[in-house]
Write a protein that binds this ligand. Structure first.
Ligand code: GTP
Ligand code: MG
Length: 197
């Protein structure tokens, strides 16, 4: 189990800075402000590993974390942040897409979806791109503390139907709240199994 053995490696602003390792890797993708950095922090059991913020667009590079020299986590910049300058958004999009398509050791991409908002077109775009590149991904709902159990059930049913049309999507949807520590243990155990640590 990898909690508590997490160190920040580096933040890559371009493809040339991505670390040259062959450890298995798991990437956290999702719209700006969905809770990627918060989930990385909750899973690794450390308070300030990944910087979180109320301001969307906080994470502006791909941040790599080494978990006990067994697994690497990549915290991606958020996509679909309309308020950032256009050329900045284009730069992040290019970096994220090139990273996601070309990273050999990537075992799974967690596509984070805010439970209040559901899957949006930008998410569909990323999912289609991953389907096309045959990169395995899994939907992880975030901020489930903000909706009722009934709303969550309805959302899960809708997403299940949608996922059936995506070839590279993992069938299990994970429900999490980093704030209330819901679903964190289960997700951590699943990731640990995935990379045998
Ligand atoms: P970018 O790096 O800007 O793309 O954002 P991010 O996806 O890394 O989001 P981040 O983790 O910085 O969280 C954004 C905001 O959502 C912060 O104010 C967090 O405190 C809040 N947040 C994250 N997870 C949860 C959660 O599970 N529940 C609640 N209620 N708030 C959350
Ligand atoms: Mg972030």
């Amino acid at each position: 189990m990898f909690a508590g053995e997490c160190t920040f490696m580096l933040g890559a602003a371009g493809l040339g800075q991505i670390p040259d390792t062959d450890l298995p890797e798991i990437a956290f993708a999702g719209r700006s402000n969905v809770g990627k950095s918060s989930l990385v922090n909750a899973l690794t059991g450390r308070k300030a590993v990944a910087r979180t913020s109320h301001t969307p667009g906080r994470t502006q590079q791909v941040n790599f974390f080494d978990l006990g020299a067994k697994l690497i986590i990549a915290d991606l910049p958020g996509y679909g942040f309309a308020k950032a300058p256009k050329d900045q958004v284009a730069k992040w999009t290019r970096l994220v897409n090139a990273y996601l398509k070309g990273r050999q050791q990537l075992r799974r991409v967690l596509v984070l979806i805010d439970a209040r908002h559901g899957i949006k077109d930008v998410d569909r775009g990323i999912m289609k791109m991953l389907d096309g590149a045959a990169v395995s991904y899994q939907v992880v709902l975030t901020k489930t503390d903000k909706i009722t159990a009934g709303q969550l059930e309805q959302l899960m049913a809708e997403i299940r139907i949608e996922l059936a049309g995506h070839v590279a999507a993992h069938p299990i949807i994970r429900c999490t709240s980093s704030a209330k520590k819901i679903g964190i243990e289960d997700l951590r155990a699943e990731l640990a199994r995935l990379v045998n640590c």
